[in-house]
Design a protein around this ligand. Structure first.
Ligand code: ADP
Length: 639
């Protein structure tokens, strides 16, 4: 509202926005650029770190596999100096695996058929057994053959003897015969090692005769033989014996190796040398092989043992590593799908995997850069805030000063105008008196008018001087105990006289002077309080219709004495109710009613009331009138 009045200040907010906005925007932009650059730099650094780590890791893995490859000639010689931990080494040729070391494989991809004795050796005895059903005779014949020097013949004879005894229900003898056969270990019989054949039968026979302990011992022995990979079996044979014994459990690890070798077997046949990835994703395996003059040597080992050596790299570079075999299957570790990655393909590195690296979650550097960026952003935000706040306060101060300056110039114009009116009247009157042309009967009237104008002028000058003194803090108050009711009655009476035409508008509600009551005793400078009250009365009359009443009342409530002036005028909008107490400020009522004034009446009144330790209150609703109240501390002791 004030702005509307002082049109020039409309441009001030725009100016403020421009002046404060430019540095704020520039700073914001600078901050944003800096953060962007920092982020770009950080991601560049991260990429470099990932690339470096990937390069180092690839070299480490390559070195690991190369170390295995260096062992291959020694494997071929049958003396691998130091096989890597948890690895299987083997030598094979077209006939199958010739030599195996390290992790015992329960089965092999290719096992040449085992030799068997000539069937004709057993023709006669078998004729007795099957055709003539002469089991005793057949057993005798087998027993004879079992004492032969050739282990192949001996084993075959023992197996047949045991069979015969079993048919004769001589189970203990059959068990004993199988026992002898079991002792022949790897001597082939019926296409399998003797021990496996014999132990499987003994297990069944012990169960048959009701000796579970002995049966379980046999089962364990068979299981141990399978688990230790004591014999070179093919997968079918291994499966057969494994299933025919309860709780047979070759170590899963060894099975994984056997499966990997089986998986790699065709590749080994085709390629003279190479590196490959195999095994399950949870515990992947790697293999190296080379064809040498005497056959092919191969080592299959755990990827963990290779990658474990690279743990330090992962730790130092704060990266997570995953390996993928050439078909894209995860071979080791896993990575989050999103985020930056460094990739080294198997083609670039010559490794059997594609390497993928991402920054580890606990990447301290990233964390540090994030908090650095946060700090930077917070710093910039704070600076922007400080600049904005400082600009705002400067704007407010400047705006206020400008407002005061404008109000002051308005005030000077108004005061000059106010002075001119009585001066013109006085000038006019004195000229008439000087000319002596005035009829003698009118003289008293002119003198009264002259006195009135002189008083008005004096009151104005006094008021201005008072205001000047108050502003400078030099106004001295002559405090004395006085009756608020009497003082009010006196001011009202004088004011009525002053506005003689509309005197009946003023209603006074106060104990009549000398009525015996203490008249609401206060300690005050009578002149000053009278001036404050006069200003309020003056406003009430000025800003309300001539036909309306102005009600002045003096009341006391406990420690407070109040003198209020209520009118039925246009009222004061809530937005103005604070500002009107400031010097030179004139409200909407003054403009709407085109009332002359200087805008210092309320400022003076408030100044005086405060100097008395009281306050000046206003209650007003537009259209309903206003009520100004001087609240003063009541004087407890009185005469
Ligand atoms: P002035 O009367 O010379 O303008 P004041 O300081 O006495 O200066 O008053 C400031 C403003 O407060 C006035 O311009 C007017 O808008 C408003 N005002 C004061 N008293 C009243 C009233 N009784 N009714 C309505 N408006 C009032």
């Amino acid at each position: 509202m004030l702005n509307k009045r002082y049109g020039a200040s409309i441009k001030l907010p725009v100016l403020f926005v421009v002046i404060a906005g430019i540095p704020v925007v520039a700073l914001g932009w600078l901050g944003w650029r800096l953060l962007e650059q920092d982020r770009a730099l950080e991601s560049q650094r991260q990429r470099e770190r990932l690339e470096n780590a990937a390069g180092l890791l690839a070299r480490e893995l390559d070195r690991g596999l190369a170390a295995w490859e260096e062992l291959l000639p020694a494997v071929m010689q049958g003396a691998p100096a130091a096989l890597p931990a948890d690895a299987a080494a083997m030598v094979f040729d077209g006939q199958g695996v010739r030599y195996a070391r390290g992790v015992p494989l329960p089965y092999f991809p290719h096992v040449p058929p085992l030799p068997a004795p000539s069937a004709s050796l057993f023709a006669a005895a078998e004729a007795r057994e099957f055709r003539e059903n002469d089991l005793a005779g057949a057993a005798e014949a087998y027993r004879r053959l079992a004492s032969a020097g050739n282990p192949l013949v001996r084993a075959a004879a023992l197996m047949r003897l045991a069979r015969c005894l079993r048919k004769q229900r001589k189970l203990q003898d059959a068990i004993a015969a199988y026992g002898e056969l079991a002792a022949m270990r790897d001597t082939p019989v019926a296409g399998s090692p003797s021990e496996l054949v014999a132990r499987r039968e003994r297990f069944a026979l012990f169960q048959m005769i009701g000796d579970p302990d002995a049966a379980s011992r046999e089962a364990s022995a068979l299981d141990a033989a399978l688990r230790e990979g004591r014999y070179r079996l093919d997968r079918a044979t291994f499966g057969f014996y494994r299933e025919s014994t309860p709780h047979a459990s070759p170590k899963p690890a060894a099975l994984e190796f056997a499966q990997a070798v089986e998986e790699l077997w065709p590749v080994w046949q085709q390629q003279p040398a190479g590196r490959a990835s195999a095994g399950p994703a949870e515990r992947p395996l790697a293999a190296v092989w080379r064809r040498l003059p005497d056959g092919t040597a191969a080592i299959v080992g755990r990827v963990d043992t290779l990658v474990a050596a690279s743990d330090a790299i992962a730790r130092d570079f704060q990266v997570r590593v995953a390996l993928e075999d050439p078909s894209g299957r995860a071979a080791w570790g896993s990575l989050p799908a999103a985020g930056p990655q460094a990739v080294k393909t198997f083609r670039e590195t010559g490794l059997p995997w594609t390497l993928r690296l991402t920054p580890s979650e606990a990447a301290g550097a990233a964390q540090a850069s994030l908090s650095r960026r946060n700090l930077l952003a917070a710093g910039f935000a704070l600076m922007v805030l400080v600049i904005a706040a400082a600009s705002y306060f400067v704007f407010r101060a400047v705006n206020r000063e400008l407002c005061v300056a404008r109000l002051q110039s308005d005030f000077v114009a108004t005061v000059s105008h106010e002075f001119r009116t009585p001066l013109t009247a006085m000038c006019h009157l004195t000229e008439m008196l000087d000319e002596g042309s005035t009829p003698a009967g009118r003289l008293p009237h002119y003198y009264r008018a002259l006195v009135k104008e002189t008083r008005r002028l004096r009151a104005m000058v006094e008021s201005l001087l008072d205001f000047g003194r108050m502003e400078a803090g030099r106004r001295l108050y002559q405090m004395e105990e006085t009756s608020a009711a009497d003082l009010t009655a006196q001011v009202v009476a004088e004011f009525r006289e002053q506005i003689s035409a509309a005197a009946q508008r003023i209603e006074l509600h106060a104990p009549p002077p000398g009525s015996g009551s203490n008249g609401f005793s206060i300690r005050a400078d009578r002149e000053a309080i009278a001036l404050a009250l006069r200003n309020l009365l003056d406003n009430a009359v000025k800003y309300s219709p001539e036909s309306s009443t102005v009600r002045v009342s003096v009341e006391s409530s406990g420690a407070l004495t109040t003198i209020s002036v209520a009118d039925q005028g246009a009222g004061i909008p809530p937005a103005e109710q604070r500002d009107i107490f400031r010097k030179f400020v004139r409200g909407s009522a003054a403009r709407a009613l085109n009332v002359k004034g200087t805008g210092i009446g309320l400022a003076i009144a408030e100044h005086i009331v405060k100097a008395h330790g009281g306050r000046l209150e206003v209650k007003s609703e537009p259209g309903q009138g206003s009520r100004f109240t001087i609240v003063l501390p009541a004087q407890a002791s009185h005469a």
